[in-house]
Design a protein around this ligand. Sequence first.
Ligand SMILES: [Cu+2]
Length: 254
Amino acid sequence: MIFVAATVFVFAAHLYPAPPPISHDAVLVDRQYSLTLYVTGAAFVLAQLGLAWAVLRYRDHGQKARFVRGNVALEIVWTSVTLLAFVGLGILGRDAWAGARFTPAAPDAIQIEVTTNQFVYTFRYPGPDGKFGRLDPSLVSAPAGNPLGIDPNDPAGRDDIVLASLTVPVNHPIELLVRSQDVIHNFFVRELRLQQDAVPGMLIPVHFAADRIGTYDIVCTQLCGLGHYKMHSLLNVVSQSDYDAFLKRQALVQ
Ligand SMILES: [Cu+2]
């Protein structure tokens, strides 16, 4: 009972609160997470109370042991309750997960490519022409200043903006195109409650709209090699005017 109380306390007292959510989808995820915790927490406490009751009620006070084959009615009841809880939570969680993942990004979403490799993130903006240049894996060379292997012969790629951190305007839909050059990595921003694996050979789209200006950590949550622990970048959510200025500045530099 002490362990049960301690476990309930750790969750109920919010000892390790998540950072405040910065998108509508993140709020939905939080709501779903709390609901799941309440349902499974109640089941946990009830099951432990039942266990304690059985231990006390049937403890050894000299009676003869009795063989029981089980109780079909009880089996049906707890199997159905479990089924209902799991399927119910799954259906209720639709908005928080499937709603964001299975609907395409808004048509006016800003597309930014996210490339992962051991152990860095590289972000590419299509530049003033709005088009990403062609990539050629044989041209990939970080020392030569072309970590993505952008083909210099493709005019669409000449104005592409390549950066080590991600800057986006606040309250604007963003579509990330997540890819990997070597092993499986991950793009995770706690405040967005958004976590997406980067898988070699795949271009995986995810979208979000951040509603709070600030700087947030981007971390890799896949054990991707010896340098995994330091695979990190920053998400800067800035005002629309700051974003426009940022793009203009970057277009001049590149
Ligand atoms: Cu990684």
